[in-house]
Design a protein around this ligand. Structure first.
Ligand SMILES: [Zn+2]
Length: 54
């Protein structure tokens, strides 16, 4: 998932590294503009588990 640079506010920076650990996904970014590095962590709970309502 792309993110915005917290330093220069460059938009839609793609993750350089993505690591999954259980239900947690950690994306590491480096801004192409100012070289700022940061990490965003999120929890994957938004998946609809059951789709057999048909
Ligand atoms: Zn930046």
């Amino acid at each position: 998932m792309n993110d915005n640079c917290p330093n220069c506010l460059e938009r839609d920076v793609p993750p350089a590294v993505t690591r999954r650990r259980g239900q947690t996904t950690r994306d590491g970014y480096q801004c192409p503009r100012c070289r700022q590095q940061w990490i965003t962590e999120r929890i994957d709970t938004a998946y609809p588990a059951d789709r057999d309502a048909a």
